[in-house]
Structure formats: structure tokens, C-alpha cells
Design a protein around this ligand. Structure first.
Ligand code: GDP
Ligand code: GDP
Length: 467
């Protein structure tokens, strides 16, 4: 399922310290004496949203005839053979030793992906060691401090880069969730398919869409218009079954999958259910979707409670797109559109800039713009911003608008990193997370939204104290 990391390096570079940090418990002994007795341990570990196993290689408890070094190397080789990724650690404070070179050779020969970690980088004089580390031929060293927990976001990025996103985030959990969904929709037991750990964006997979809205808003008409159009292009053999719980089609060559909504069912059944149908069906569809189109009848004025569904979509971590339907019946379209957009932005600040598109499901006008809005929103929802860019941005923010002082002490922000996408989620490492005012968190969210152009999707910011 997940992957396995071997932490490799000569004694005393800080392997156990990192191991403890990743595993989150004081499992391995940490000792200043090189070669202190330890077992080789494998343990469940996590680094932000990455989950994996770690092998601690610093074990050579057997007293054998072999030299310590020989025994260590054997352990290391075994760990490397068992792992998917080698985390090769050096001590930047001490610099590169011949022993590092010997271990590096073993690691390189394995052909496994390697992440080079220059530990103790916070120590004075570590720059030299960091520089020397390049000479190992293992690529760019990640400056790191296992003891102080510095460099964790960069380590995370390096691991993802070395393994590839697909492997780093595990097998296709999304497909699994979809399969589960199909089963769940047949039976009644809907397990919570919360997709916190979804794999990264892959354009070859269908984009998952749900269409929700009040009865009579025009959902069925919209779906027929969207899928029917494509059917003309793909020919009748496409065999679209309206009764199925999901339907695949293409929009401009992009694969789309529409999830169970009442509108897809036979009209008679819909009408039977019309009164009861609502929250349960809507929720189910929302959970399995990435982007949710909320259809409104534009001829009926809407109020705050009509937007609750969009709020719910955002809280579920999905991205809403609004369709103002029956636009063909509107007399003063420009004025109404301005009014509707102002209203939605004001009432839905949590997804500020969300796309609201006037359409006519009946005439087909605006459908292309609607689908473009869906595709754009999906892209933003999947967006990943590098730690480098985020922290350059953060520097500017801190220079112009630092967090306030609380009880006479200034709150300090150390760094910012994106720990997940779908939707974008960020971790702010700061002193005293509990004291950080919500207004400042909102300020950061708004700043991120504007500076990195992320309209219309929920953005999550978590505060963490540096470890
Ligand atoms: P191992 O033999 O590679 O497992 O190394 P340990 O984890 O036992 O660490 C060896 C020594 O280095 C211990 O005294 C740690 O406290 C120290 N150490 C570990 N990480 C750091 C670090 O980031 N900075 C500094 N200055 N010392 C560290
Ligand atoms: P649902 O209950 O949300 O699936 O709504 P339907 O698709 O069944 O549509 C409800 C009514 O609105 C039907 O009489 C449709 O013909 C009509 N309707 C749907 N879309 C439009 C539109 O864009 N313009 C106009 N004028 N009528 C529409």
C-alpha cells in the first residue's frame, strides 16, 4: 500500500533522531556514543500527509566476529534492499568522512531513489558540510535539523519528487473510493469515504462532477444538455444509460464523470421521490465529486439559505460552481448577474471568487462557459505551490503585516508550506498557535487566495507549533 523508507548513514549523523520524529515516539535510543546498541526497527510513520514505514538501520547488537563497520554495512544493505526509498543522512556539522562515501556507494548501487539529507544544518559551520555533500553524487542535499525539526517541509517535497506523486500518495484510493461509492449507492450503508488522502491530479482520470439543486431548478435538463451534446459527437454506440449511478462523457477531450444525482434517474422515479429527495442524495453526490455544480433557477430570487448547499460543499472540501439557469427568461441579464455575483461573494467568503455562470439548459447557451468554469475550478482545487514560493511570499507578508503581539509578546511565524491539495491545505509553523487571532489566519487565507490566484475553492490553513 504505502512505501518504505530506510534511513541510512554512518553512525551518529542523527538517524535515530529523525526516526523518532517521523514515528512520533521515543522508540529508538538516542545516544552520543557511536554504535550504541539498537535493534533494527520498522515502524509506521508520517510526515504531514505522507504515510509510510521507516526502517531504522542503526542496529548491530549481535556481537560477532565481524567488525562493527562490516556488520553495520550488512544491516544497511538489508534495509536498502527492503525499502522503496533511501533517505541518506550525513552530518553537515562534522562534514563528509570516508565512511559517508562508503555508505553512499552502497546506496547508489542499489538503484533505489535516494533523498540526501544534510542533518545538523542549524549548527555553526554546517555550510561547509552542506557544500561537501554535493560531492557524494547523490543529488542536492536537503538542509535539515532532526533535533530542531527544521526542514521537514523540504524533506516532504524531496520525498515526493524522488518517488513520484503516484507512489508517494499511495495507490489509487480515488478509484477505490469510487468503487466503494457504487456499492454504497446500491445498498444503503454509506460509509464515510472522506478522501483526505487523495492522489494528486491526473488529467487522464475522469473529473468527478455532481449536479445538485432544488427540484425544478433544471438539473435534468442541464444534464441532458451536457451529455446529449457530447452524444452527438461520440455517436449512439457510446451507450449512455441514464439509470446508472455515474455517467462518463467528454468535454473538449477531457474525461468527465457525473455522479449519482436524481436528475440522472428516470423522470418517473424522480417524481416519486421528489418530496423526500434532498439532503441525503445531495450529500452522497457531493462526497464523490471533486467539483459540484449548484443549479439555481435564476427567475426565483435567492436568499442566504439557498447558498447553504454551497457552504456545505466547501466544508466537505469540494469546490462549488454555481449555474444560474433559465437565463433565457431574464429581462435584464446584466444587472441581475452583477447583483447575483455580489451577493454570492458576500455570502460565501469561504470560497471567495467562486464561479457563477448564467446558463440556459434549454437553449444550451452558457454551457461551454459553465464547463470551462468547472475545469478551471478543478485545476485550482488541485493546485500545489512550492515551499520556496510560499516562503518568499511569506517574507513579504511578515515585513508588511506581521502577526500582532499577544500579551506583550510578538507571535512569530517561521514558515509556510502546502501539505495537501484537493483542496489546498497549508501549515503555518508559528509560536503559540493557540494565541494566533482568527483574523490573522483569515488575512493569510485571503492573501494566499489572491497572490496565488486560487478563487472559488476552500483553502485550509492549519497552525502548528514548531516541533
Ligand atoms: P544515529 O547514530 O545516526 O542514529 O544518530 P543519533 O540520532 O543517535 O544522533 C547522534 C547525535 O547527534 C545525538 O547526540 C543527537 O542529539 C545529535 N543530533 C541529531 N540530530 C541533530 C541535529 O539536527 N543537530 C544537532 N546539532 N545535533 C543533532
Ligand atoms: P430538476 O427538477 O432540477 O431536474 O428540473 P428539470 O430539469 O426537470 O426542469 C424543471 C423545469 O424547468 C422544466 O419544465 C424545464 O423544461 C424547465 N427548464 C429547465 N431549464 C430551463 C431553461 O434553461 N430555461 C427555461 N425557460 N426553462 C428551463
Amino acid at each position: 500500500m504505502s512505501f518504505t523508507i530506510a534511513i541510512v548513514g554512518r553512525p551518529n549523523v542523527g538517524k535515530s533522531t529523525l526516526f523518532n520524529r517521523l514515528v512520533g515516539r521515543k522508540l529508538a535510543l538516542v545516544d552520543d556514543t557511536p554504535g550504541v546498541t539498537r535493534d533494527r526497527r520498522v515502524h509506521e510513520a508520517r510526515l504531514y500527509d505522507l504515510r509510510f514505514q521507516v526502517i531504522d538501520t542503526a542496529g548491530f547488537e549481535d556481537v560477532s566476529d565481524e567488525s562493527l563497520e562490516g556488520r553495520m554495512r550488512q544491516q544497511t544493505e538489508r534495509a536498502i534492499a527492503d525499502c522503496d526509498l533511501v533517505l541518506f543522512m550525513i552530518d553537515a556539522k562534522a562534514g563528509i568522512t570516508p565512511n559517508d562515501g562508503a555508505f553512499a556507494q552502497v546506496a547508489r548501487r542499489s538503484g533505489k531513489p535516494i533523498v540526501l539529507v544534510a542533518n545538523k544544518a542549524e549548527a555553526r559551520g554546517a555550510e561547509t558540510g552542506l557544500h561537501e555533500a554535493w560531492g557524494l553524487g547523490l543529488g542536492e542535499p536537503v538542509p535539515f535539523s532532526a533535533e530542531h525539526g527544521q526542514g521537514l517541509p523540504d524533506l516532504r517535497e524531496a520525498i515526493i519528487a524522488a518517488l513520484g506523486e503516484d507512489r508517494a500518495f499511495g495507490p489509487d484510493e480515488e478509484e477505490a473510493a469510487a468503487a466503494e461509492a457504487e456499492i454504497a449507492l446500491v445498498g444503503d450503508d454509506v460509509s464515510d469515504p472522506d478522501e483526505d488522502e487523495v492522489p494528486a491530479y491526473d488529467a487522464t482520470k475522469p473529473m468527478r462532477i455532481a449536479i445538485v439543486g432544488r427540484p425544478n431548478a433544471g438539473k435534468s435538463t442541464l444534464i441532458n444538455a451536457l451529455i446529449g451534446e457530447e452524444r452527438l459527437l461520440t455517436g449512439p454506440e457510446a451507450g449512455i444509460t441514464r439509470d446508472s449511478i455515474s455517467v462518463d462523457w467528454q468535454w473538449r477531450g477531457r474525461k468527465m464523470r457525473l455522479f449519482d444525482t436524481a436528475g440522472m434517474r428516470r423522470k418517473s422515479r424522480v417524481q416519486e421521490k421528489l418530496e423526500k429527495l434532498s439532503v441525503a442524495d445531495g450529500l452522497r453526490a457531493i462526497r464523490f465529486a471533486e467539483v459540484v455544480i449548484v443549479v439555481f433557477d435564476a427567475t426565483i430570487p435567492f436568499e442566504k439559505q439557498d447558498l447553504q448547499i454551497a457552504d456545505l460543499i466547501a466544508r466537505e472540501g469540494r469546490a462549488p460552481v454555481l449555474a444560474f439557469n433559465k437565463w433565457d427568461l431574464i429581462d435584464d441579464p446584466q444587472e441581475l448577474l452583477a447583483e447575483l455575483r455580489e451577493k454570492t461573494d458576500r455570502l460565501l467568503p469561504q470560497v471567495r471568487g467562486l464561479r457563477a455562470v448564467p446558463v440556459s439548459a434549454e437553449t444550451g447557451r452558457g454551457l461551454d462557459k459553465l464547463m470551462q468554469a468547472v475545469a478551471d475550478t478543478h485545476e485550482v482545487w488541485n493546485r500545489r505551490i512550492s515551499t520556496g514560493r510560499l516562503n518568499r511570499w511569506l517574507e513579504g507578508v511578515l515585513a508588511h503585516h506581521p502577526p500582532p503581539a499577544v500579551a506583550g509578546r510578538r507571535l512569530k511565524i517561521k514558515y509556510l508550506t502546502q501539505v495537501k491539495a484537493r483542496p489546498p491545505g497549508f501549515v503555518v509553523s508559528c509560536s503559540r498557535p493557540d494565541a494566533m487571532p482568527q483574523s490573522y489566519v483569515r488575512y493569510l487565507v485571503n492573501g494566499l487566495r489572491d497572490s496565488f490566484d486560487m478563487p472559488g475553492v476552500p483553502i485550509r490553513v492549519m497552525l502548528r507549533a514548531p516541533e
